[in-house]
Write a protein that binds this ligand. Structure first.
Ligand code: BEZ
Length: 211
């Protein structure tokens, strides 16, 4: 069964490069990103895992933990991490889940048999502090993900959660936001001291609240 936005992220126990974890307990009270990659010792995955390690401070700034998964073993993950450091300049500084029996991959519908019968696709799940799934992404094995985009979505999600704004097309950090339609004008006046501009009754623009 596919996981949909708003679903509770399924909990699981797993062996990782940082020991055994129970997922929800590991997530704690902040945000989390679970991402899968097809397999160890492959070129695109090598670049992705190095990049995520380099972005550690960006994830921390957003109170977000990251964790990767593939169907390989902890032993392979550890050996491959040496290559990642050698080729990308940074080894993974977050846990890599070993899922050789594909238990978690199946739980999260990360295997798409018409693409590949055994390997995980490139899935991303952003999970909120309430353990609900806020974003899902699915990329093919041959296309590396854009983690700048994943940070951008995380910023947008956190703005919505904390400040009742949505973000328009191609929004970037620091640009104007949209007042969520569920707020009345009266509520918006109270909530946004910098004010808002009404272009249409359903399209109200306000400066990014946390800037
Ligand atoms: C890669 O990570 O480079 C990759 C993995 C599986 C299929 C194609 C590419």
């Amino acid at each position: 069964m596919a996981i949909r936005l708003g679903d509770t992220a399924p909990d699981f126990e797993a062996q990782t490069t940082e020991g055994k974890i129970r997922f929800h307990e590991w997530l704690g009270t902040g945000w989390g990103i679970l991402f899968s990659h097809p397999r160890d010792f492959t070129p695109v995955c090598t670049t992705e895992l190095g990049e995520v390690a380099k972005l550690k401070k960006e994830f921390e700034r957003r109170n977000t933990k990251v964790i990767a998964l593939s169907v390989d073993s902890v032993d392979d993950h550890r050996k491959w991490s040496v290559d990642i450091e050698e080729t990308q300049g940074q080894k993974p500084n977050y846990p890599l889940i070993a899922d050789p029996d594909r238990k978690i991959a199946n739980l999260y519908d990360m295997i798409h048999p018409n693409a590949d019968n055994t390997l995980t696709v490139r899935s991303v799940f952003i999970i909120g502090p309430d353990k609900k799934v806020k974003l899902t992404l699915t990329y093919p094995a041959s296309t590396g993900r854009n983690f700048d985009e994943i940070l951008r979505v995380l910023d947008s999600l956190q703005l919505t959660a904390n400040h009742s704004v949505a973000t328009p097309v191609n929004w970037k950090d620091g640009e104007d936001c949209i007042v969520v339609p569920s707020l009345t004008d009266e509520q918006a006046k109270a909530k946004f001291p910098k004010g808002f501009k009404t272009i249409k009754p359903y399209l109200r623009i306000t400066p990014q609240p946390n800037k």
